[in-house]
Design a protein around this ligand. Structure first.
Ligand SMILES: *Cc1c(COP(=O)(O)O)cnc(C)c1O
Length: 396
């Protein structure tokens, strides 16, 4: 006789809900932000360039350009890549909508290629099959923090004259064949949102080795102006020429102060995430009904999320019931993602269900367990207890 589940009126594993993610802001971070608030520049000041230099060094890129969000970073990267009206951007359906939206912002068309079942990253064969004369950009997403098959995608991009824009919003600190994500694509996009590895509240970064792409990114975040205000003050110029249609996507000095304080902790944060992932893998390897993420071969996984799949053949219920039961136990499970083209806006654009069957099957079975650096040992054990309790109860 299994224990009564909280969803059926039993006692929950936790009295208060454990979130799936939470930022870790410490006293030194707060001191850094306070110092920035007392400094002469509230918005574009010296800390922007400092954060960019530190970020570029951390991911092995020549340039890092800081912007106001990961979404702005995607928009800027697609602009710098030359995406324009009626171009096509091949991307994955298993992502936050911002990846595909960035193509729409520029009048281009997102084309969704299916993922591989094991990794849930873009399948390069499906990408190759999706190319047309209008394709300009390949936009893989490093799902959960696992690097995409960048070797194959880079080869495809080179052979076809395409730009590789990697959405690495899950993957700061990840590596492929010993090289850091951020140094592997023409343009790599990161988010500094509160749930991400390192945060500025809202924020984003694009990295690139290409001087001209970096210039285009810098103009785009500042209205398309050819010079920034500090340059004009230095040169005595009265006005700046607007040469592109850009936006105000600047990140503030105050936010950069937080980022500069957080970035040196990335190693610790990654180690904490890795330790939780390793505990889950050990705890659930013999639990029927649950499929775990496979090991990352030749890569370092950054573990932004810990996605698992339910196996309906081994359970009496589906994912939705498992999900509700875990929430009732006080475990803040969440779901990444429904295919981007399932959203009503995309349906209105004419995208039909059934386009990417592997991604759609994953969507019907997937959910994410809590994983964040501030999780305590007892928090992790609560997740282990609740998952065994719920899946044990619903086992066939
Ligand atoms: C977080 C995220 C974004 C958007 O980043 P924001 O900083 O929230 O704008 C884009 N793509 C993916 C895959 C993300 O996880």
């Amino acid at each position: 006789m299994s224990e009564r589940l909280a969803i059926d009126g039993g006692t929950p594993v936790r009295a208060t809900v454990l979130p799936y993610a939470r930022q870790l802001v410490q006293d030194d971070d707060i001191a850094a932000v306070t110092a920035a608030l007392r400094a002469p520049y509230l918005t574009t000041g010296p800390r922007v360039a400092e954060l960019e230099a530190a970020f570029a060094a951390r991911v092995g890129a020549r340039h890092a350009v800081a912007v106001s969000s990961g979404t702005a970073a995607l928009h800027a990267a697609m602009f710098a890549a030359g995406v324009g009206r009626d171009d096509e951007v091949v991307t994955t359906p298993l992502t936050f909508v911002a990846t595909a939206n960035a193509a729409l912002y520029l009048g281009a068309r997102p084309v969704f290629a299916d993922v591989r079942a094991a990794t849930l990253n873009l399948d390069p064969d499906r990408v190759a099959a999706a190319l047309t004369p209008r394709t300009r950009v390949l936009a893989p997403v490093d799902f959960a923090g696992r690097p995409s098959d960048l070797t194959a995608l880079r080869a495809l991009a080179r052979a076809r004259g395409l730009v590789l824009v990697e959405d690495a919003c899950h993957a700061l600190g990840a590596e492929l064949d010993g090289r850091p994500v951020g140094s592997l694509s023409d343009l790599t996009v990161f988010s500094l949102h509160a749930v991400k590895h390192v945060t500025t509240g809202e924020g984003g970064v694009v990295t690139t080795d290409d001087d001209e792409l970096a210039r285009r990114l810098r103009r785009f975040r500042n209205h398309g102006l050819a010079t920034e205000s500090a340059d004009r003050q230095a040169s005595g110029a009265l006005w700046s020429e607007m040469v592109d249609l850009g936006f105000n996507y600047r990140l503030t000095d105050v936010q950069c102060a937080l980022g500069l304080s957080q970035l040196p902790k990335l190693g610790q944060f990654l180690a904490a995430r890795e330790a939780i992932a390793e505990r889950y893998v050990v705890a659930f390897k013999d639990l029927p009904g649950l499929t775990l993420p496979p090991p990352a071969v030749g890569a370092r996984h950054a573990w932004h999320i810990f996605p698992v799949l339910v196996e309906p053949a081994q359970l009496r219920v589906g994912r939705d019931t498992v999900f509700a039961a875990l929430r009732a136990e006080g475990i803040g499970v969440t779901m990444h993602y429904v295919p981007a083209y399932w959203h009503p806006y995309y349906a209105r654009l004419g995208y039909a269900r059934g386009l990417c069957p592997v991604a759609e099957d994953a969507t019907s079975r997937i959910f994410s367990l809590p994983i964040f650096p501030g999780m305590t040992g007892p928090d992790v054990e609560d997740v282990v207890t609740a998952v065994w309790k719920v899946l044990g109860h619903y086992r066939r």
